[in-house]
Design a protein around this ligand. Sequence first.
Ligand code: SF4
Length: 426
Amino acid sequence: MSGSATGAAGTSWTRRLHAGGAHAIYLHIPFCARKCAYCDFASWATPSGGAIPQRYARAIGEQVKEAASFGLLDECETAYIGGGTPTLLGEGLGDLIRVVTGKVPGLKELTCEANPDSLSDAVLADVAAAGCTRLSIGVQSLRDAELAQLGRIHDASLARDRVRAAVASGLDVSCDLMCAIPLQTSDTWEATLGEAVSLGVGHVSVYPLQIEEGTALEKRVGDEQPPWNSPDIQAERMKQAQAQLDGYGFHRYEVASYARSPEEECGHNKVYWAGRSYLGLGTGAASMLTAEGYQRILEVCPQLGPLPKGVSRVRLKVLSEGEAIADGARLSSLSFEEEFLTERQAAAEDLMLGARLACGLDFGLVSYARAILGKAFDQTLERLRGEGYLDGSLAPTEKGWLLGNELYGELWNLAGDTETLVRRSG
Ligand code: SF4
């Protein structure tokens, strides 16, 4: 059984298990001009020009400085400012980027999420000058009727104009597009994909719409899954996207991500999928740390409790609300949800993350997981190959892409005990 070789078996893979800091930093900006009908992310409709977003962004900047002063960002290579709508911050976004670029010496990539309605020429020029290298623009569709159904605030003409301007600015540009949405047909999906690429973007992310509980869309459609969002339609649209983007010379490197060239793949997301440590700041933001990284963050966040025995990975989620952060919360005053993973659970999670990638499971990961998980590992992988979820190089097949949740569930079950220890701190 093989995986993609990346050097001596397990060496590079196991090194990341002992990282003392974060390889990536994520900053969450939870403000939007209006809540979209389908959205259940941590984001709130906020009047433009309000004081809270600016104070919040300054407070997050101070937290970045604190984390850097404790050495947590010494090995950080990528940053991602997501939301919500970071571009709603206007000049405050450029200021936050300057803090990050000033405090993270080894930064290779800095992505900002943007929405067309707040990506003005002034914001674009400022973020580029501040050190942003990549923009991920929430376009979703290039058909007005579909955008209206989603409750998006922009129309297709504004989206085209802003994507063109972003591409002309010289930044790497990605478009988020959504399929299996109301009023979408195979023809309108084809048109959206084709137009997005013709605007000059080098990266496209494609997601089937999920109808989430408690959203305006869920209330509108009721309990039945509407025909435009059925599992068959979702699969059909994802297959259509793959064929069409492939035809434009884009390669799929992850279940939902396509790039025009290897250099245009999203380095930040690859940190997540490779099971490398990251730090998330801002309300609702998640971090993933090794046991060593946790000991380091305890120095700056003493409100976190001691590391329970037998834990090799910790997931943190910031529970503090936006207003508390805007009031100047320091890292030591944040509330967190902590989730602790054993070595087996961390290995199973790495397999799940690795199975999202087109390159197949890393050779180092395969050796490491086999050593941790024992016989069950080879048996499960053999079965997943036999059932057509993985191919000979342990990469997902078309079935593996389309039925990802089944594949990931089987890999997670390798943990044995799938119940993780969770506690609240601060
Ligand atoms: S812009 Fe994005 S984060 Fe904001 S409400 Fe819409 S989907 Fe949610």
